[in-house]
Design a protein around this ligand. Sequence first.
Ligand code: COA
Length: 260
Amino acid sequence: MNFENILVDIQDTVAKITINRPKKLNALNKKTIQELHTAFKEIQSYTDVQAVILTGSGEKAFVAGADISEFANFSEEEGANLAKEGQEKLFDFVENLTKPVIAAVNGFALGGGLELAMACHFRIASENAKMGLPEVSLGVIPGYGGTQRLPQLIGKGKAMEMILTAGMISAEDAKEYGLVNHVTTLEDLLPLAEKLAIKIAKNSSVAISKAIEAVNANYKDGVDGYYVEIENFGNCFETEDFKEGTTAFLEKRKPDFPGE
Ligand code: COA
């Protein structure tokens, strides 16, 4: 896969996507959003890949937000379309991907950058990371799902404070809030992401996709998450992975999941 603004590196079962506009602190312009969509879509079809790591290039930023230079002159309609298209193409797409995506937050994750990290299935961060939704300081509100996912992850009160003050929090505070799961040195960030991804990849990919769907169901309007869990639990019993997982356990050996 060849792109202008992102790098894709696949090693065995793990794909790494690096947003690569370091001079613009990896800000998300239209082209980058399209490239990310294409890369995630393609990776979703690769049966060998079982986990994805998303990070930013350089030592300063994961993503410093949506590219402000692209929307500064937008009308109301263009603004709404920007949010809608971005949510569909990237943020909702990542959240609903059948393969787990780990955000390795290596610096500033602001605005659309934090929203992208929040659309991933979980996040880890380096100690230099800073996170925030500064949109109201620009006269706009978060438009890529930030007003919804931040309260889901850290609770309404803390989310309101972050959104209304437009302030940034440190990696340690983000861990305390439950926004990131682990904080490491910058040097250890990708090795930890890889370790977690490899651990995930040892499990049944079919069960993992069913688990992602069931967890996400809790956050979808008009969907009964418990019902989705029952359905997906039942579905697993028809899979080769389930047969292999249970047989391997009973035979006291490690499973070799076919991913079917
Ligand atoms: N959109 C477009 N360009 C951006 C950007 C964004 N969200 N964030 C950073 N950049 C660009 C800067 O314009 C600058 O480009 P230039 O060198 O061509 O002038 C380059 O990235 C480096 O950023 P700079 O501001 O010089 O770095 P800094 O270390 O002084 O400050 C930040 C870092 C993250 C505090 C600052 O860049 C910033 O506040 N960015 C915007 C964050 C934001 O509001 N995001 C939400 C958007 S809705």
